[in-house]
Design a protein around this ligand. Structure first.
Ligand SMILES: Nc1ncnc2c1ncn2[C@@H]1O[C@H](COP(=O)(O)OP(=O)(O)O)[C@@H](O)[C@H]1O
Ligand SMILES: [Mg+2]
Length: 354
C-alpha cells in the first residue's frame, strides 16, 4: 500500500530553481505520469520521492507518514532509470536477484522470486545469459525485473523506454501498462513523451518550469487543457493557435480569422483561439478561403497545412485527401470543439464541454 503525497516540494541548485512548489497526491495503485519538456524538473521531483535528492523545502509522505528524512534504501520504493547499468559479468538471474542478495534473502527464495519475475516479464528463457547477449528490449526488461522483484509500495520509473527504438518503445509501453495492472502497485512514471503519458496513465501531471500546470486523466488533459502550455505540449500535431480579440461575448476577431463562439465568453484583452487539427474541416462551401501549403499523408489520415491569410492552419482529415500545393480550399472549425485562452499567462477561458 502506498499513497504518495508531495507537499509544496521545492528544490534549488544554487539560485537555479528546478522544482518550484509541487503539490500532488498519487493514489495507492495509481499510474501517475509526470510529463514535460526537458529540464522542467521531472527527474529532480522523482529523485526527491525516492530519496536520492534532498528537498530544499516541502515534504514527501508515504501513506501520510513524512519520509523526507529517510535515505533511499529506507523508503518503500523501487526505481528504474533511463540509463540502467546492468552488471555485465553477472547473468540475467544474478542481475535480477541482486537487490535481494544485498538484503540477505535466503537463496531458494531468491531463486523462486527471480523465476516468477522473469516469467512476468517474458524473459524466463534468458536467465543464464549475460547482458551483452541480450537485445535492447531484453536488457530493459532485466532492468525492470531488478526493480519489480522488490516488493515495493511504489515503483518510480524515469524515462525507462527512452533508449529503445521506436517500435520496441510502443511494445514495451503496452507491456508496462499491463504490468502495472498485474502488480497492482503505485507507479510514478516520468517521460518527456506525450504519447507515453497519454497511453499509459491514470492521471497525467504536466510540468513546466518546475510547476504542475495541470493534473488530470489523459482525456481531460487532451479535451480541456487548463493552459496554452498544456494544450501545445499534449497532442501531435499540436493544437492550432490563432491570436486575436473578442468583439462582443460571442465573436472572436483576429487578423487572419474570425469565429463565432458557441457560448458567450467574458474576458478582456488579447486572446488566443485554439483548435485541434482533427477539429478542422476542409471544403465546406461556407468556409474561410485559403490555399494548400503542404499535404502530408499519415496513412489513415492526412495532415493538410493550409495558408489562411498568412497564418498556417493544420487539419487532420481522413484519407484520401488529394490536393496540390497552392490549390484553393476552404477551412472551418468545429464550433463545439473550440478552445479560448488568455494571451497573457495562457489560462483557458473556454474549452469544449464546459
Ligand atoms: N545536480 C544538479 N545540479 C545543478 N542543476 C541541476 C542538477 N540536477 C538538475 N539540475 C537542473 O534542474 C533542472 C531540472 O532538471 P531535471 O529534473 O533533470 O529535468 P527533467 O528531468 O525534467 O529533464 C534543469 O535545469 C537541470 O539542469
Ligand atoms: Mg530527466
Amino acid at each position: 500500500m502506498a499513497q504518495v503525497r508531495l507537499e509544496n516540494l521545492r528544490k534549488s541548485f544554487g539560485d537555479m530553481v528546478a522544482v518550484d512548489g509541487i503539490d500532488l497526491t498519487v493514489a495507492d495503485r495509481e499510474f501517475l505520469t509526470l510529463v514535460g519538456p526537458s529540464g522542467c524538473g521531472k527527474s529532480t521531483t522523482l529523485r526527491m520521492v525516492c530519496g536520492l535528492e534532498k528537498a530544499s523545502s516541502g515534504q514527501v509522505y508515504f501513506d501520510e507518514v513524512p519520509v523526507g528524512y529517510l535515505p533511499a534504501n529506507k523508503r518503500d520504493v523501487a526505481m528504474v532509470f533511463q540509463s540502467y547499468a546492468l552488471y555485465p559479468h553477472k547473468t540475467v538471474a544474478q542481475n535480477i536477484g541482486f537487490a535481494l542478495r544485498m538484503m540477505r534473502v535466503p537463496k531458494d527464495e531468491i531463486a523462486r522470486r527471480v523465476t516468477t519475475t522473469a516469467r512476468t516479464l517474458g524473459i524466463e528463457k534468458l536467465l543464464n545469459r549475460r547482458p551483452r547477449e541480450l537485445s535492447g528490449g531484453q536488457r530493459q526488461r532485466v532492468a525492470l525485473g531488478r526493480a519489480i522483484i522488490r516488493d515495493a509500495g511504489a515503483y518510480l520509473l524515469d524515462e525507462p523506454l527512452s533508449n529503445l527504438d521506436a517500435q520496441l518503445r510502443v511494445e514495451m509501453r503496452a507491456e508496462l501498462k499491463r504490468l502495472h495492472a498485474d502488480l497492482a502497485r503505485t507507479f510514478i512514471y516520468v517521460t518527456h513523451d506525450q504519447v507515453e503519458a497519454m497511453t499509459m496513465s491514470d492521471r497525467i501531471a504536466v510540468l513546466n518550469n518546475g510547476k504542475v500546470e495541470q493534473c488530470a486523466p489523459p482525456e481531460e488533459i487532451y479535451e480541456r487543457p487548463a493552459t496554452m502550455f498544456v494544450a501545445s505540449f499534449m497532442g501531435s500535431p499540436a493544437m492550432n493557435f490563432l491570436p486575436g480579440q473578442l468583439a462582443g461575448e460571442r465573436q472572436f476577431r483576429g487578423p487572419a480569422w474570425s469565429q463565432e463562439l458557441p457560448v458567450p465568453v467574458a474576458v478582456s484583452g488579447d486572446v488566443v483561439l485554439g483548435v485541434r487539427p482533427e477539429d478542422v474541416r476542409l471544403g465546406d462551401p461556407d468556409g474561410t478561403p485559403g490555399r494548400v501549403f503542404v499535404v502530408e499523408p499519415l496513412g489513415a489520415d492526412v495532415l493538410v497545412t493550409v495558408d489562411v491569410g498568412g497564418v498556417h492552419v493544420r487539419a487532420r482529415v481522413p484519407a484520401p485527401f488529394r490536393a496540390a500545393h497552392d490549390d484553393a480550399v476552404t477551412v472551418t472549425f468545429r464550433p463545439d470543439r473550440l478552445h479560448l485562452f488568455q494571451a497573457q499567462g495562457g489560462a483557458a477561458v473556454h474549452a469544449p464541454g464546459r
